[in-house]
Design a protein around this ligand. Structure first.
Ligand SMILES: [Zn+2]
Length: 255
């Protein structure tokens, strides 16, 4: 049965749409640095030659991107449409370790860092579990390097379902974080007892689950129980009450 479903899904796979990348993206240079051309890398080159760096959920009618008015705004929407420039690096980044000596070295904007440590304290008090930020701020260059690694492993289209192009990642804002239970992979966070706790209480500290399970067609990314975004208590409460994503909120807001 599973094989049949797989065959059916392959047969209905959408043809590749030609698109222009929204940011300078030199995967060719990356591939040239690799000594051995595997079959997978050859396939990747073929896709690149067809100028199709996007996942099929990306709207082929949208080839333009919108610069973000205020990248410091707590409600700044950062996604495939709204991109950060390569120069953007928040000036108020702080290392969580300087605020909490037990926390691993990770950067966040000060307001998000303080809120996370309050949430961490609440989880410890109520569940006797320790959570931590496994990946906070990532620069444009770091994101580019990271995406390149994923793209070489899985191909650009698949990689872009779980990893963003540089400029399109919320991690560059310093307001997003991949959360893990201490001693576990962040990929396992969905099965941690801390996860339902965050789902119920994180909004009180200003955090939202950015890529929920049933919203992949809107966010463009797979369900990521580990990825939380700081938007401030007021907006987090509003989004929680309305059950909508930041992308949906933007559509209905005047921004
Ligand atoms: Zn993330």
């Amino acid at each position: 049965m599973t094989t049949l479903l797989l065959l059916l899904s392959l047969m209905t796979f959408k043809p590749i749409q030609p698109l222009t990348p929204p940011v300078d993206y030199n995967v060719h240079a990356l591939i040239e640095t690799h000594q051995h051309h595997t079959q997978r890398q050859d396939r990747l080159l073929t896709i690149l030659n067809q100028k199709n760096p996007f996942h099929s959920t990306y709207d082929p009618n949208i080839t333009l991107t919108i610069p973000i008015d205020d990248p410091y705004a707590l409600d700044a929407v950062i996604n495939r449409l709204h991109v950060l420039t390569h120069e953007h690096e928040p000036e108020d980044l702080v290392n969580l370790r300087t605020l909490d000596s037990t926390h691993p070295s990770q950067l966040l904007r000060i307001e998000a860092a303080q809120a996370f440590l309050q949430l961490k304290a609440a989880v410890l008090k109520d569940l006797n579990l320790t959570i931590e930020v496994r990946s906070g701020y990532r620069s444009f260059a770091t994101q580019k390097r990271l995406f390149n690694q994923y793209a070489l492993k899985d191909g650009i289209r698949l990689a872009n379902t779980y990893s963003a192009f540089a400029g399109q990642s919320e991690h560059q804002s310093g307001l997003s974080m991949d959360v893990a239970e201490q001693g576990s992979s962040f990929l396992a966070f969905g099965s941690s007892l801390a996860y339902p706790y965050l789902q119920a209480h994180a909004y009180k500290y200003g955090f939202i689950l950015r890529y929920p399970k049933d919203k992949s067609n809107i966010t463009g990314y797979i369900y990521e129980p580990w990825h939380w975004r700081f938007v401030g208590v007021e907006l987090a409460t509003q989004l929680k009450e309305q059950g909508c994503t930041l992308d949906e909120w933007w559509i209905h807001s005047s921004k």
